[in-house]
Design a protein around this ligand. Structure first.
Ligand SMILES: Cc1cc2nc3c(=O)[nH]c(=O)nc-3n(C[C@H](O)[C@H](O)[C@H](O)COP(=O)(O)O)c2cc1C
Length: 199
């Protein structure tokens, strides 16, 4: 079929922008430690890869100062901010740790992690301590498969929850939740709340 023979109502969409059509994971910050300095960067391209073992895919490229620290230490923390931190989080993603202490400049507080050298971010509602489980696609695609080693959740900081990048500098907050757990008949075990009520 000729690609111009499109169905009624559709028009071509630019391939370089298809990422805007795919729901990315929440906007997160990646904390790293290079042996001397802790750094923070912003990340919107991330996805769960496996429940068990708990693996997360993350795109992080050599244009980021954080890249060398992740590559050399094999560790990082994924910190998940609530939407009230959005402006500072975007500023973190528009500044480089090469020449700036972003913790100080944007008012984030480093806390020691349990299993990795990179610090947790106190202001975020969740922090996931990770090690690099697989870097085979890092060279070609900047894709790192991370294994969650320890995770922290602070319900008091959850607020209205995480936010998402729409790919062009605009962001969406979580919409009103739609509870379809009763239809998840094949995947019932995924729908259980944590024992303490954490979502
Ligand atoms: C909303 C937003 C999302 C971003 N997503 C990513 C991403 O998924 N992967 C990436 O490598 N960089 C991403 N960046 C860019 C980095 O955060 C940016 O290059 C940052 O300055 C890197 O900091 P560093 O040089 O201190 O490591 C994003 C930036 C913003 C503002």
């Amino acid at each position: 079929m000729n690609p111009t023979d499109t169905a009624d109502g559709f028009s071509p969409y630019p391939l370089q922008q298809v990422h805007r059509l795919i729901e990315p994971g929440p906007v997160v910050m990646i904390s790293t430690f290079d042996g001397e300095h802790a750094n923070l960067m912003t990340n919107g391209f991330n996805m769960p890869v496996s429940h068990d073992p708990p693996l997360i895919g993350l795109i992080l490229g050599p244009w980021d100062h954080s890249h060398a620290a992740l590559r050399d230490s094999g560790q990082c923390v994924i910190a998940i901010p609530s939407i009230d931190l959005a402006e500072r989080v975007v500023d973190v993603g528009n500044t480089s740790g090469r020449d700036t202490d972003k913790w100080r400049r944007f008012g984030f507080t480093a806390l020691p992690a349990a299993t990795v050298n990179a610090p947790l971010v106190a202001e975020c509602f969740a922090n996931i301590e990770c090690t690099v489980a697989d870097d085979r696609l890092a060279k070609d695609h900047n894709l790192w498969i991370l294994r969650a080693e320890h995770a922290w959740f602070d319900a008091s900081r959850h607020g209205t929850g995480e936010f998402h990048h729409r790919g062009n500098g605009t962001f969406s907050a979580n919409a009103a939740p739609l509870d379809l757990r009763h239809r998840m008949t094949k995947w019932r075990y995924l729908t259980r709340d944590l024992e303490d009520g954490t979502p």
